[in-house]
Each structure stands twice: as C-alpha cells, then as structure tokens.
Design a protein around this ligand. Structure first.
Ligand code: HEM
Length: 882
C-alpha cells in the first residue's frame, strides 16, 4: 500500500470517527438538558477554565439555566444548580441520585475498596459501619467534645509560641484537625512534631491542592492520558502511598495487640468485623484489609483538609472584618468568659457566633462541586429521562449563592443566619456537606470542631493580617475539588489578649494581687533573693489566693494548707498540668515524666510507678538497698576523721545510688568518674536553675536565649548528661534479655520493642532518656539537699540531735529500728552509725517540713519559688564531723 492510500484511509477513518462521535453526541443531547455543544474527545474543555472551574460553571448556569449538560471529556454529565434543583435531586429523589460518579483523582487509588467511591451494598455496609463506629467513639457526644477541647488547648499553646511573628496557619490548623480524626482512627493523637502526623497532613494538603487546581480537573477528565504526561498530578500517587505506609504500620500493630473484647479505636473495630466475617461464604466481601485501609484514607482526607481549610479561610475573613470578630469575642466573653474552654452547650446562647460560623461555611464553600454523584437507575427528573449511571454534579456554590435563598449572596454577612430578633436562623440552603443519602458522614464532627476551634481561637487571640484589611482578597485562588483561599500570614496578639485575660480573670475571680508593670510584672515588688518572704508579706495583704506577675506571665499563688488542698487535692485533675518551665523545657521538649502533659504524662507516669514498684519501691527489697547504701555512706564519712568536709557529694552519691540501682540496675562506686561527672553536672544545673540566671531565663526565655551568661551552661550540662545516659542505654540495649529485665531501663526498652509498630507510642528513645534523667535528677538532688539541710539544723540544735540519739534507744525507736532491720547489735562502735540513724530519723521531720513548703509553692508561683527555696537550701559551706 502506498503512502497516498494510507493517508486516504486514515483520513476516512478520522472522518468516520468524527461522524460517529457527532451522531452519539446528537443522540445523547436530544434526551438531555441543554448545554454548550461539545467537540469530539475533548468535550467542553474549551468552554471551561480548568484552574477555576467554579467561575466557568457560573457562566454556563447563567446561560443554560439550573440544569445543564456538560461534557467533561468525552462523556456527558449533568450539572445541577440552585437550591431548588439540587434539593429536588439529592433530597426529594434521594435514592435515584445516591450513587457516586467516577472521580479518578480518588478512584484510581481507592479502587472501589472505600466508603466514598463505591456504590451499592458495599457502600451501604461500609458507610453504616463508619457511622456507628464514629458514634461509638464519641462523634456528636460529650467524649469527642472533650477531645476537641483538649486539641484546641494544644493549638493555642502552639500558636502562643509564634509570638507576634507573621505565621502561615496552614500546618497548625491541619495538625490540630487531623489529630481529632487520628485519635478516633488510631486510638490517640500525635505530637505536633511527630513525623507521621506531618507526613499525613502534608500529603493530604498537597493532594488537595493538586486536586483543586487545573491538574486535578484535567486528571478527572482524561485520567488515561494524564497518567503519561508530566505534571504535579504525578505526585498524588506518592502522597497517597506515604499515608498508606503509616496506616499499614498501624494496622499491623493493632493486629498484634488486639483484644476483641475491648476495641480501642476504629481500626480495632474494623479488625473485629473482619474476624467475624472470616470464613463466611460471601460473593462480595465488604470487610477486609484493603477496605479498612481505604476507608481510613477517606476518613483522614475528609476529616482533615475540609475543616482546616474552613478554619484557614474563616480566619482570613475575620481579619478582613475585625468588627465581626470583635462581636463574636464579646459574645464569647459574655457566655463563656475567659476561664474555661467553650463547649457545645454554649452554642445556643451565642447566636451571633453561630451565625458567623455558618456564614463562613456558606462563603468559603470548601467543596464547591460536592463529590460527583450518578443516577442509580433510569430516572425522570425535571422533564428529562436520565439514563442509569449518568454523571451528576451538584453545584453547591450555586446553592450557597442562590439569590432566592440569601439576601446578599455574594457578600459575607452573618445576618443571613439571624432572624429579626437576632436569634439564630437555620437555612436549609446551607449545604456544605451536600444533602440526601450520601451526605457527608462527618458533618456532626466537623460542626463541633468548627465551633470549638473558632471560639477557642477568638477567646485567646487577635489575629492581624500582614497587609491592610482592604488589601485582603476573599475570592479563592483556585477551585476544583476544593476552594483554596489566597495564602496569607497572620500575626497573633496573644500576649496582649492573654495578659488582658489574665488581669480580667484576676478581677473576675477576686484573685487580686499587686498591680503589675508592663513586661516586668511584679518583679519590682518582690525580693528575688528571698521570694518566700515576699510571698509571705503579699499573702498578708491579698489573702490565700492572689496573682503575681513574674515578668509578663501571671501566676496564681495558693497560700496555706486550705487553698493548696482545695487545688491540689480536691481539684486534683484540674491542677495536674505542669506549668511552664522554659529552662528545662527547652531541653526536654515535653518528653519525660516531669515536663510532659496530657496522655503522654499519664502513660509515662503510670509506667514509671509500676516499674519502680516492681523493683521494690515501697517494699522490703528497696529498704534493704537503702540500708546497704547507708552503710557505704557511713564508711565514707568515717574516713574524714575530724577534718572539715563538704557533705554535698557524700550525701548525693549515697542518695543517688539508691535510684541508680533501680534505674540502671546497679550502684556506682563512690569514686566512679562517670558517676561523679553526672552528679557534678546535676549539682551545677541545680545551682544554676536556682540562681538569678535560671530565674531570669524562666521569666524572659526569648531574651535570655540571645544573652551570654552562665545560664547557657544549663543547656550544655543537659546535653552532656544526655550523651552519658545514651551511652548507658547503648550498653543496656546490647545486653538486653527481654524475658529478664534487670532495671527500669530494660523494662522501658522492652516496652519500646513491644510498641515498635504503634504509631502513637509514648515509648521512644527521647522519652526514655528524659524519663531516666527525670528520675536521676529527682531522686538525687531533692533528698540529698534535704539531708544536707537536716544536718545543718541538727548542728544548730544539738539538743534535738541528742534527743534523737536518746530516742534511738527508746521503745518506739527500737520498734522502728527493728522494722528497718537495724538491730542495736549492728551499731557502729564509734557512734557514726548512731549519727547516721539519728540523722535519717531527723530527716523524716525535715523532709516533711520542706516537702510541705515545696508543695505549697509548686502550683503557686510557678516553679520559680522552688528555685528560690532550693537556692536557700544549698550552698552551706563546710561541716565538721566530730
Ligand atoms: C467542613 C467540613 C467538611 C465538609 C465541607 C465536607 C464535605 C463533604 C461533601 C460535600 C461530601 C460529598 C457528599 C455527597 O456525595 O453528597 C463529603 C463526603 C464525605 N465526607 Fe465530608 N466534609 C467535611 C468533613 C468531614 C469529616 C470531619 C469527615 C470524617 C469523619 C468526612 C468524611 C467524609 C466521607 C467519608 C465522605 C464520603 C461519604 C460517602 O460517599 O458516603 N468529612 N464530605
């Protein structure tokens, strides 16, 4: 065949194909609603702006009316516009319009194994299961409300750290919102710095952006072609896979640790369902691993980007209209006040806030074209016979901007949701979650999150734009699957609002106190060298509960037994959080027992208590260890013979060895270099933290970070300690026998091993190092300082010492000694033993006194006073043991 013939044949083939296409188009169009005339293959591509599909749809709606046909690619689809037409389809004929239309950006990955992109019985079962399980885990109930409130407080703490610097809020909101759904799916939230959370939110955000751009729209129209073309859409698969890796790991961990009688989360419930269905002869199984994985993808995607985009867009709107934000704030102040978190109960008393949040949802229009539907059977709709399976786009923007439903549809106006009396007015035409059989199953959760997050943010912050409010653009930067606002940065004026709040709170609660000055607070009214005396004086004037400002930060002081008991004992839960302690937190980063909060603290503390108890704390075994150590101490002391000595390291070595034997498995020799270095570092840090440098660091961390001074040594010391502990951990790891843990470190390593696949485990190398340091630090310096102080007291009051010595032979003491297994026969000949025991006895008295004192201060004035207290206790020079 020559070239000419081939050309003729090809041309004839093309002409025949085009004719066939046109015949098909004419046939289809004769039965379908009107619409722009399509071209073969590309359909109406030339009539739409792929980067802003919403604008194109609006133009077509104006030309063709509320129901028109559009060819997105070679096949026709129906676009339904305006409240009436959408309602008639999705609600009045709910069953006929309940199927999902093809949507390749999701479908090609989920492959009909998920809730969102399957149809028929499988969809019904997966959706029913999701709804029941979400409800069982608290959706729409008090329990999830508390989870959201807790997450809001984490968000506020994170945002407070940005300190007025212009910040992109995207990641903050995404992490917060994602954590809510993560805690239902995985059983617990992630730390904001957790790589897995970052991977989940980054991948979702990235995919949402691609899907909302021209690339997503083109991919949905020509998936087969786009698979071969370069472009950002190629990243979608990799983003999905990153999430899959995390979810698969978590599923594996859940499988290993599953207790079918006690499901912890969504994954557990699904696994139980898989087990129940196992072995049943089902032609179309619903519950299997892949449907679990893909359903989780749906929940994470649906539960993250939608709510966080609404928060981000809403915050931009409120910066453009600060007067609206201010009115919301007034309502929040009136109903919620500034001392507690907003709750869903408040919503009915806050019509303006409620209306504004609804108006934000209407205006932002986060999913403008909903997700595509298709007809589940041949359907008669608005005079047209629609075939089964025709693609349907409910154009939600046209509902939200419907002039028959909203007075000023293109303006942001909370009055759209308020009646004449200023009461909240529900509008059926608000459909951000779509409507009918396939309505978003996360609606209740999303509404709860939006109310609590928005109100908590406004209660705490004043966001400021980096440009003038007139310059803020509210129209979206792109529309496709989603609507994205222009990127922006905001700076918060938290400190003003928070200090304003604190002084108002002080006024509200009558917790008065000396009037603070800006920045320095009450520092000028306090003798930093004798904080305790200053507090004593202030309590005479302001009573048992008052506020002092250590720098810009207010602290409520609880003075006296009653006030302290009411807080620490009667309201133990509310007062169980750890206050800010920047000098230590910079190093611990919220790891370890002593400086973590929330779930992490609870888990680590429970573990430490159980393990300490298993290793003898409060039991005979550790008592024997203490006796043995007392023996070593006395031996050491005896060597000093009349020569004046500083007891500091004698005592700290003895005391530290007790905790070392539990944590590290054995005591150190008193001359061990490593041991002495560790104790030296602890002691140095204790002194630095108790000095003016430590105090100033805690009050003005940002400033002190840039200043030279001894306080910088605190962090160098911590780093050195960390390196030493790491070495100890390494040797433990090398000799670990999981069946026979020798000490707390071994137990921790075993726990880490067991929870290796748990994505939200609290047991990791960082928490191990910090927990070890916490116990070492806590178990050394406190007890040894008390003892050192005790000796000083005994030297001042020799009569008490004598009485104690006397007491040692009294009946009561003999009983005590026998309980301590200190038989008089074992008394040391030179009286040193007697001294040791008497000073251990006296210790009880001293310890009580100081711990009462410490407890009184701990919650009062932050941890500052502990510094001062400790500072007073240390530094006594030289003892002379005669
Ligand atoms: C402001 C927040 C949200 C908006 C605007 C939103 C919007 C939507 C829309 C428009 C649909 C399509 C419904 C339809 O086909 O008619 C949808 C479906 C879905 N959404 Fe949401 N959603 C939000 C929050 C959530 C949350 C928090 C979750 C997770 C619990 C979630 C999970 C889902 C799922 C799984 C589907 C598929 C349902 C199905 O096909 O049966 N969404 N969402």
């Amino acid at each position: 065949m020559d070239g000419f013939t081939v050309t003729i044949l090809l041309a004839s083939f093309c002409v025949a194909y085009i004719i066939m296409c046109y015949v098909k188009i004419f046939k289809e169009k004769s039965t379908l609603p009107p619409g722009p005339f399509p071209l073969p293959l590309i359909g109406n591509l030339l009539q739409i702006d792929t980067n802003n599909i919403v604008t194109s749809m609006n133009k077509l709606k104006d030309k063709y009316g509320p129901v028109f046909t559009l060819y997105l690619g070679p096949n026709p689809g129906l676009v339904i516009c305006g409240y009436k037409a959408v309602k008639e389809a999705l609600i009045d004929q709910g069953d006929a319009f309940a199927d999902r239309g093809d949507y390749p950006v999701f479908l090609n990955y989920f492959d009909k194994h998920d809730i969102g992109f399957t149809n028929g019985e499988k969809w019904k079962s997966l959706r029913r299961f999701a709804l029941i399980t979400l409800r069982n885990f608290g959706m729409g109930k008090k329990s999830i409300e508390e989870r959201i409130q807790e997450e809001a407080s984490f968000l506020i703490a994170e945002l407070s750290k940005t300190k007025r610097s212009p910040t992109d809020l995207t990641a903050y909101f995404a992490n917060t919102v994602s954590n809510v759904i993560c805690s239902i799916v995985f059983g617990s939230r992630f730390d904001y710095k957790d790589k897995r959370l970052m991977a989940i939110t980054n991948s979702i955000n990235n995919n949402f952006r691609i899907m909302s751009s021209m690339w997503g729209t083109l991919y949905n129209m020509y998936p087969d072609l786009m698979d071969y073309l370069p472009g950002p859409h190629q990243r979608m698969g990799k983003n999905y896979q990153d999430i899959t890796d995390i979810v698969v790991e978590s599923i594996k961990y859940h499988e290993k640790t599953l207790d079918p009688n006690c499901p912890r989360d969504y994954i557990d419930c699904f696994l139980i369902k898989i087990m129940q269905d196992y072995g049943k002869d089902q032609p179309n199984p619903v519950f299997y691993k892949k449907s679990l994985l893909m359903s989780i993808h749906n929940l994470l995607f649906g539960g993250t980007e939608t709510v966080s985009t609404t928060l981000r867009y809403g915050t931009l709107i409120l910066m453009k209209y600060p007067e609206i934000a201010e009115r919301m704030r007034e309502e929040i102040d009136q109903v919620v006040g500034r001392n507690r978190s907003p709750s869903m109960e408040d919503r009915s008393k806050m019509p303006f806030t409620d209306a504004t949040i609804n108006e934000i949802m209407r205006f932002c229009d986060v999913i403008p074209l909903s997700l595509p539907r298709s007809t589940s059977r041949n359907t008669f709709y608005r005079g047209y016979n629609l075939p089964k399976g025709i693609y349907v786009t409910p154009f939600l923007t046209s509902v939200h901007r419907d002039p028959t439903q909203f007075a000023e549809p293109s303006k942001f106006n909370p009055k759209h949701f308020l009646d004449d009396k200023g009461c909240f007015k529900k509008e059926e035409a608000l459909m951000p979650f779509a409507a009918g059989k396939r309505i978003c199953p996360g609606e209740n959760l999303a509404r709860m999150e939006l109310f609590i997050f928005f109100t908590s943010l406004l209660q705490n912050f004043n966001f400021n734009p980096t440009i003038t409010k007139e310059e803020i653009k509210l129209e979206p930067i792109a529309t496709g699957l989603g609507t994205s606002p222009y990127p922006y940065k905001a700076s918060e004026r938290a400190s003003e609002r928070v200090s304003e709040r604190a002084s108002e709170r002080a006024r509200d609660t009558q917790a008065s106190g000396p009037r603070p000055l800006p920045i320095v607070g009450n520092l000028h009214q306090i003798n930093t060298k004798d904080l305790v005396k200053s507090i004593d004086d202030l309590s005479k004037k302001f009573g048992s509960v008052f506020t002092i400002y250590l720098g810009p930060r207010p602290s409520v002081v609880l003075y006296g037994y009653k006030a302290v008991k009411e807080a620490l004992v009667d309201q133990a839960d509310s007062f169980s959080g750890r206050g800010q302690f920047p000098a230590v937190q910079r190093f611990t980063q919220g790891n370890g027992i002593a400086f973590s909060n929330g779930e992490k603290w609870k888990v680590l503390r429970r573990f430490a208590l159980t393990t300490l108890r298993n290793f003898g704390m409060g039991k005979k075994s550790v008592e024997e260890r203490i006796q043995e150590e007392a023996h070593f101490l006395l031996k050491e002391l005896r060597k000093t013979k009349q020569i004046p000595f500083d007891p500091t390291f004698f005592l700290s070595r003895a005391v530290s060895n007790v905790i070392c034997s539990i944590v590290f498995g054995s005591r150190f020799d008193y001359e061990d270099e490593e041991f002495l270095t560790l104790l030296g570092l602890i002691n140095d840090n204790f002194q630095l933290l108790s000095s003016g440098w430590g105090t100033f660091y805690n009050i003005f961390p940002e400033v002190m970070n840039h200043l030279p001074g001894p306080h910088n040594r605190i962090f160098r010391n911590f780093e050195k300690m960390k390196l030493m502990i790491q070495e100890i951990l390494k040797s433990h790891q090398e000799t670990l026998q999981p069946d026979c843990p020798r000490d707390l470190i071994d137990c921790f390593l075993v726990k880490m091993q067991k929870e290796k696949e748990n994505p939200v485990s609290k047991f990791n190398p960082e928490t191990l190092i910090m927990t070890t340091l916490n116990l070492f630090f806590g178990g050394t310096e406190t007890v040894s300082t008390t003892m050192r102080y005790g000796i000083l007291i005994l030297m001042k009051y020799p009569d008490i010492r004598e009485r104690n010595a006397h007491l040692l032979n009294s009946d009561q003491c003999l009983r005590l000694r026998s309980s301590l297994d200190l038989h008089p026969k074992r008394r040391e000949p030179d009286g040193l033993f007697l001294f040791g025991v008497s000073f251990f006895l006296t210790l009880e008295f001293t310890l009580l006194d100081t711990s009462r004192f410490a407890a009184r201060k701990k919650k009062n004035i932050g941890d500052q006073s502990l510094y001062r207290l400790c500072r007073m206790l240390i530094g006594y020079r030289v003892f002379h043991l005669s």
